[in-house]
Design a protein around this ligand. Structure first.
Ligand SMILES: C[S@@+](CC[C@H](N)C(=O)[O-])C[C@H]1O[C@@H](n2cnc3c(N)ncnc32)[C@H](O)[C@@H]1O
Length: 458
């Protein structure tokens, strides 16, 4: 089927599967058709769209026979908002798909069939996200809109609530929107005029309840900002700080390099795996705190257990370590940990967090790109923890690990495709996969987190 003969009439499809980003997959004349909003088990009527990059896509017109796993989505905006594409699928349906999807990806991309343990199900499918970065926009009539993008577009779906957010930050969206609307400050997310507000960021410490509010903007000229920020601290005792982050460039990177504390403090305190942490507004922290905590014993098991803490204990390299989220609990279990992270303020916090937990001697950190720092360290390491961004490992990093492989390797990933690609290379000759555990970090979305445990063959 080509662009010229794409039919304007509707066709019927049986939806058989979901794509990695949560779109329904059906078949027409043997070809795969992607349908937004359709679920496996649905019989649907669709209208084909012009072919894009040799792929067929179709608009969902009508659900003729709903899948037995289809349900009324918990969020009233689910049909429009691109934030959580799996909301219409039952919790069990989502969990089964995540498990199957990871297994298929490992098999298809890497030819691997390791033991994939049962998905660690989240206790709460809603109210779990400890952080939100919400795009802002002013409509032509002056109203402030805040919300995520409509699927496949940069148009905002205006919202006052987001049920996957921790209720303590969810409750702030509507009143903050009202205050920002009344402030009359310019909003200019795309840098099209003189600049202004771009995003509203909220973060909560799951165990402490402390909240940070951050405005991301292209400049800092907002009349009355200090007064308004102070009023938020007085109105909501759980809010410990209000900051302004400057992102002058039109880029996909939400946060710019400079953050200024306007009222209160620039960090919140949190406890994680029984340790104390400071977390800033603009540093990475796992968005589902309790699920991330469940990884610590799994990691320790994969490493062969705790160690007798001491100067001769084994060295674990934590590549892409952030603020030391996992470095510190593993150091507390006796490992000597060295973290590598390129974000300077994350490393500053990692060091501070290590000192606050009396782990400064067992957990050290350096500011560096993993590709630069890791190769020279591998020789002395017994174990390596990798937690890269979605794109996975750079070829240079992969080559260094294969040349000097530490005995144990843990790979935490938020993208089954790049995880599979990288495990395929690591396990071709050097490592044996011991287990892969999928963890539901992001219920109601199509994102899948997984921890792989590998052991060197000799
Ligand atoms: C998925 S996060 C994991 C952070 C940490 N392990 C945690 O669980 O909180 C990836 C981290 O890698 C950092 N990063 C991304 N690319 C990097 C690179 N090439 N070298 C060093 N750090 C990098 C990011 O700043 C981010 O903190």
């Amino acid at each position: 089927m080509t662009q010229q003969n794409a039919s304007a009439t509707d066709v019927e499809l049986e939806i058989q599967d979901l794509s990695h980003d949560g779109r329904g997959i059906g078949r027409l004349d043997g070809r795969v058709v992607f349908v937004d909003g359709a679920l496996p088990g649905d019989r649907v009527s669709v209208r084909l769209l012009p072919e894009r990059r040799r792929q067929l896509h179709a608009d969902l017109r009508r659900i003729l026979q709903p899948s037995p796993q289809r349900r009324r989505p918990p969020c009233i905006l689910a049909d429009h908002c691109g934030g959580c594409s799996l909301q219409p699928l039952s919790d069990e349906g989502q969990q089964q798909w995540k498990q199957r999807s990871l297994e298929q990806s490992l098999q298809r991309i890497a030819g691997l069939s390791p033991e994939v343990l049962p998905l660690l199900v989240s206790e709460r499918p809603l109210g779990y996200r400890n952080r939100a970065v919400i795009p802002l926009e002013r409509s032509e009539d002056g109203h402030l809109k805040a919300g995520y993008y409509r699927r496949g577009s940069h148009r905002i779906v205006n919202m006052n609530r987001c049920p996957v957010l921790d209720p303590r930050i969810d409750a702030l969206i509507a009143p903050l929107k009202r205050d920002l609307e009344t402030s009359d400050w310019p909003v200019d997310r795309h840098g099209l005029s003189e600049g202004g507000l771009k995003h509203l960021a909220l973060r909560v410490g799951h165990h402490t309840g402390e909240v940070l509010i951050t405005l991301i903007a292209s400049h800092q000229d907002f009349d009355g900002l200090e007064v308004l920020a102070q009023s938020w601290l007085e109105r909501w005792p759980e809010v410990v700080g209000v900051s302004l982050n400057l992102q002058p460039r039109p880029t996909n990177q939400l946060f710019g390099p400079n953050t200024y504390t306007i009222a209160g403090r620039g960090w919140l305190s949190e406890s994680f795996a029984g340790l104390k942490y400071h977390i800033a507004a603009d540093t990475f922290f796992q968005v589902h705190t309790t699920q991330a905590e469940r990884l610590v014993p799994l990691m320790l098991e994969g490493l062969g257990g705790s160690q007798d803490a001491g100067p001769s204990s084994d060295l674990l390299l934590d590549a892409f370590c952030g603020i030391g989220t996992f470095s510190l609990p593993l150091a507390a279990a006796g490992w000597r940990v060295h973290g590598i992270e390129q974000h300077p303020s994350a490393v500053e916090l990692a060091r501070l967090n290590a000192a606050a937990n009396n782990l400064g001697e067992r957990a050290t950190f350096e500011i560096a790109a993993v590709a630069t720092a890791l190769p020279a360290l591998l020789d002395s390491a017994e174990a390596l923890l990798l937690d890269p961004p979605r794109k996975g490992l750079e070829p240079h990093v992969m080559a260094a690990i294969l040349a000097t492989p530490p005995r144990r390797l843990l790979y935490l990933s938020c993208d089954p495709a790049t995880l599979s690609r990288d495990l395929g290379l690591l396990c071709a000759e050097v490592y044996t996969p011991r287990s892969v555990t999928p963890i539901d970090f992001f219920p109601n979305t199509s994102h899948i987190e997984a921890l792989a445990v590998l052991e060197r063959r000799s």
